[in-house]
Design a protein around this ligand. Structure first.
Ligand code: CA
Length: 466
């Protein structure tokens, strides 16, 4: 036999014996927080809520200081994350209502998901936690590429058995389609489930999407968490702090499982929030950013963002070029050995999946590739009610019929000084780029329940304890 024929045979045998090629592939762990403020983690300067476990993760990570999500609220960000595409390309621009009878309100079946692609590379795949990508059985995580699922299928959930909450927040925990009652504190439960998965899957490459509901409302915390947040005077922030402490504890359980099972060195970890803090609702803190969840100012979608792979990526350093949650898909696919073309990730195509917007970050994070992974990043909400684009240090914001606003984020991270009148040519250029991108998008295919995610400002939330 010619050697050109022997090589594929050898590769095939390696796959059969579960050896060699599989061993080189890292596990991929994506941890997503829900509504976590930019400044509410120690590694971004938080003083009143201790987050030692997240800070320890940051010490072994690159901290992406311009780390973004593709939407300033929940479900669309998750749709972008799992497809690697701007979610407005396929109409997923709002939160799906809890409608088990609707085959429309969910992540369209036309889209290929990251776990589907990783499965072709031999990965075990699991999702644990918040789904929020459709309530109809056709949208169930098990039908969208995840071998295993446990969590809450809606947009949120009560944290304690018997606690108050609307119908969507009261649905039973779903474990691979079977219902079970919530046993114990939700965040702790999810952390324990994730640790169990990590321990059980050692030796085979795995992908785990761990989507916490914390620190999203309701502000329901255990007495033990309340005690640890007792130094915070503001009642609403105290409840929120309890949720953040619970999140940090659970992240600690997960990172300990990685370490104790000897998988830290072989696991790529992403950590970020699905959107910025809703400051009026939870008294979360996005300092020094302007705006909050729902807005296309930085406070809406610039988030705490870490990437860790000890030994492969620098630890405890900052990476300043803009990156986005859409990059997780091509990065994971490339490290799993799924072919990407072209190799630099620019509008890459993976096995028939068209128009990737994410980029394989790995060569940029290692320093092998210089420069910015993206020429521009774009955002759109409300079917076109608000737009933003970032290009280098510049950011253009366009709200409804208002004149465009232009900010230099290098000198003005808080978007306080509109430079559009001084730089009309740049403002026009960025508006044209936005308009061209917008032409590639479609109208939202479903509406958010209650007409939108930008909730009205309301009084301080009441903290519930148990
Ligand atoms: Ca959220």
């Amino acid at each position: 036999m010619k050697s050109s024929l022997l090589l594929p045979l050898f590769a095939f045998l390696c796959v059969l014996c579960g050896h060699s090629s599989a061993a080189a592939k890292p596990n991929i762990l994506v941890i997503v927080a829900d509504d976590l403020g930019y400044a509410d983690v120690g590694f971004n300067g938080c003083k009143d809520i201790p987050t030692p476990n997240l800070d320890a993760l940051a010490k072994q990570s690159l901290r992406c200081t311009s780390g973004y999500v593709s939407h300033p609220f929940c479900s669309p960000t998750r749709a972008g994350l799992l497809t690697g595409r701007y979610q407005q390309r396929f109409g997923h621009e709002n939160n799906p209502a809890w409608l088990p009878e609707s085959t429309v309100a969910g992540l369209p079946l036309s889209q290929t998901t990251l776990p589907q692609v990783l499965k072709t590379a031999g990965y075990a795949t699991a999702a644990i936690g918040k789904w929020h990508l459709g309530a109809h059985p056709q949208f169930h995580p098990n039908r969208r590429g995840f071998d295993d699922y446990v969590g809450m299928l809606g947009g949120g959930h009560i944290y304690l058995p018997g606690a108050k909450g609307g119908a969507e927040y009261q649905i039973p925990i779903d474990r691979n389609g079977a219902k079970e009652e919530l046993a114990g504190y939700l965040t702790e439960f999810l952390g324990r489930e994730a640790a169990g998965y990590i321990n059980q899957h050692k030796g085979k490459p795995w992908f785990l999407y761990l989507a916490f509901n914390a620190p999203h409302t309701p502000l329901q915390i255990t007495d033990a968490l309340a005690k640890r947040a007792a130094h915070i005077a503001d009642e609403t922030r105290r409840g929120y702090a309890g949720l953040v402490l619970g999140l940090d504890d659970a992240v600690g359980v997960v990172t300990k499982a990685l370490k104790d099972s000897g998988q830290t060195e072989n696991t790529l970890v992403f950590f970020f929030s699905d959107n910025g803090g809703p400051i009026s609702v939870t008294h979360s803190d996005n300092t020094p950013l302007r705006g909050a969840k729902g807005a296309v100012y930085e406070g809406g979608m610039r988030v705490p963002f870490l990437v860790s792979w000890p030994g492969k990526l620098a630890a405890g350093k900052d990476y300043a070029q803009p990156v986005i949650s859409l990059d997780v898909f091509p990065t994971a696919a490339a490290l799993a050995g799924v072919p990407l073309a072209p190799s630099d990730g620019e509008r890459a195509r993976v096995r028939g999946t068209s128009n990737f917007d994410g980029v394989n970050l790995f060569p940029f994070l290692t320093g092998e590739k210089k420069g910015a992974p993206h020429d521009r990043l774009f955002w759109r909400t409300g079917g076109g009610a608000a737009h933003a684009v970032r290009q280098g240090d510049w950011k253009l914001v366009k709200l409804k019929d208002n004149p465009a606003e232009l900010y230099n984020l290098a000198s003005d991270i808080g978007e306080s000084k509109n430079l559009a009148p001084e730089k009309p040519d740049l403002a026009t250029q960025l508006q044209s780029a936005l308009a061209a991108w917008d032409k590639e998008l479609v109208a939202p295919i479903f509406e958010s329940p209650g007409g939108g995610a930008q909730k009205k400002k309301r009084g301080p939330a009441k903290v519930e304890k148990k």
